[in-house]
Design a protein around this ligand. Structure first.
Ligand SMILES: Cc1cc2nc3c(=O)[nH]c(=O)nc-3n(C[C@H](O)[C@H](O)[C@H](O)COP(=O)(O)OP(=O)(O)OC[C@H]3O[C@@H](n4cnc5c(N)ncnc54)[C@H](O)[C@@H]3O)c2cc1C
Length: 431
């Protein structure tokens, strides 16, 4: 049966079918520019667009083809609360005032994304359809409820607790013991958003150089020398938006970012009635398990997209796809006969303190560490990077000045993730 389900699978993102990749452009490397950006995902493009609108010349270097990384592969969930630490944990680390500022920036990131789409006229199927968080054990309802009270008290968050008897309005399954609905969250078509951003950057005069890995960024007087196998460019300033694809360009950055694998499968087209019954509001669904799953209906309401991080380390879509299908059938046994047409994966950027980071290392700006919730946050922090390079004080954020921890002997190879994945599976069974 399993073999049959994967018979026609294509190992590439479903999203790329609606928004085919643009042809890679291996433009010559110019001698100089005001700003060099490494990475052509949301972070890099958003930084570039803001800098271009501020009158700077910008060159974006991409090792593969534009949008090769997570930005054209993700699940498209857009969340107002993108942090992996709880509100109270953040208060204990940052203090009350700064924690509140930070959590409000979660909301600001979604508002920024929405205004950017409108201002730049980017059609990316963004809808504030909400997010349902299912309780995978009965006692997890209490945890969701007490978190809701904290978020409502401190941030006026718009959240609804949903009892099991009412959850058919949010998910057509009785797999969960009820849950919580985050009303202001949403979904987007990630590849359409990426493509729109890329087009705006090019129209504003940004030069995107595909197939060109930046191998080193070296300070030279007041400028930065951008080294690539295809030539060296002198830039006034430089920024890195490489997140889960961070390599050795700045070894001090690689020591602080942990690449984590995440994968998604898509079913064949189902009847619209069926999909509407499984995900009535078209919202994103996640749950309280430690082994993360995130899922939704496709933007056209014809397929189910099931994402997750069953293996953490291994980013091969082939290995994760059967795990994801098994979980999908636990939630919706009626999908037993649905063929899987697409399976793909990508890399997330995690950090040791479970917070995103923005700052500067060796004179180079960076923003990264979105911990799997980067659609809005990377766009927002990319914009902040752009403002910083324009010398605009609005580039400040509540993340400024945070120390960015690493771990002894860690240089970018996360050998420990297989152990963490096994531990999560045990915790999900017992807790
Ligand atoms: C499968 C999956 C599902 C996800 N689902 C969600 C979700 O539902 N909601 C959500 O909010 N977030 C989600 N995310 C996370 C989100 O996609 C990322 O946080 C976000 O896209 C990061 O954008 P970025 O621009 O920082 O990095 P990326 O989009 O990953 O881009 C980094 C780019 O840098 C390039 N690069 C790296 N080093 C170099 C170099 N030396 N020279 C030149 N180029 C270089 C890479 O080739 C890559 O293209 C998901 C991610 C994945 C992989």
């Amino acid at each position: 049966m399993l073999k049959d389900a994967f018979r026609d699978v294509v190992y590439q993102p479903f999203w790329w079918e609606q928004r085919p990749r643009t042809q890679p452009e291996r433009q010559p490397v110019p001698a100089e520019a005001d700003i060099a950006v490494v990475g052509s995902g949301y972070t890099g493009l958003s930084a570039a667009l803001t800098a271009l609108r501020g009158g700077k010349s910008v060159v974006i270097f991409e090792a593969q083809e534009a949008g090769h990384g997570a930005s054209s592969r993700n699940g498209g969930g857009v969340g107002n609360f993108p942090f992996k630490l709880s509100y109270n944990e953040t208060v204990s680390i940052l203090g009350k005032e700064r924690a509140k500022l930070l959590w409000n920036e979660g909301k600001s990131s979604v508002d920024y994304l929405e205004s950017l789409l409108e201002q730049e006229q980017i059609q990316a199927d963004f809808v504030r359809s909400g997010r349902y968080i299912g309780a995978h054990k009965r006692h997890k309802m209490d945890a969701l409820r007490s978190e809701a009270e904290i978020l409502q008290r401190n941030l006026n968050a718009e959240l609804q607790m949903i009892e099991a008897s009412e959850q058919a309005n949010h998910i057509g399954s009785d797999f969960y013991f009820g849950g919580r609905f985050n009303t202001r969250d949403g979904v987007i078509h990630p590849a359409k958003f990426h493509h729109g951003l890329l087009e705006r950057v090019k129209l504003a005069g940004g030069l995107v150089i595909d197939g060109t890995t930046v191998t080193a960024l070296k300070r030279d007087g007041n400028s930065i020398l951008v080294h690539t196998p295809r030539g060296v460019m002198r830039a006034g300033q430089a920024a890195i938006g490489a997140n889960g694809y961070t390599d050795g360009v700045l070894p001090e950055l690689a020591r602080r970012v942990v690449p984590v694998a995440s994968q998604i499968i898509a079913t064949e087209e189902l009847s619209q009635e069926k999909v509407a019954r499984l995900v009535p509001k078209g919202n994103m669904i996640i749950d309280t398990k430690k082994t993360v799953h995130y899922y939704r209906a496709s933007h056209d309401g014809r397929r189910i997209l099931m994402g997750g991080r069953p293996l953490l380390r291994n980013s091969e879509a082939t290995d994760a796809a059967s795990h994801l299908r098994r979980f999908m059938l636990k939630v919706w046994p009626e999908l037993e006969d649905a063929k899987i047409t697409h399976a793909w994966g990508g890399k997330l950027g995690f950090t040791f303190d479970k917070l995103p980071h923005i700052g500067m290392i060796d004179g180079v700006h960076y923003a990264c560490g979105y911990l799997g919730s980067g659609v809005a946050m990377s766009t927002y922090l990319g914009h902040k990077l752009g403002l910083r390079m324009l010398g605009d004080p609005a580039g400040e954020t509540a993340l400024d000045g945070l120390s960015f921890p690493t771990m002894p002997f860690y240089s970018g190879n996360p050998w420990f993730l297989s152990v963490v994945a096994a531990y999560y599976r045990v915790r999900d069974t017992i807790g």
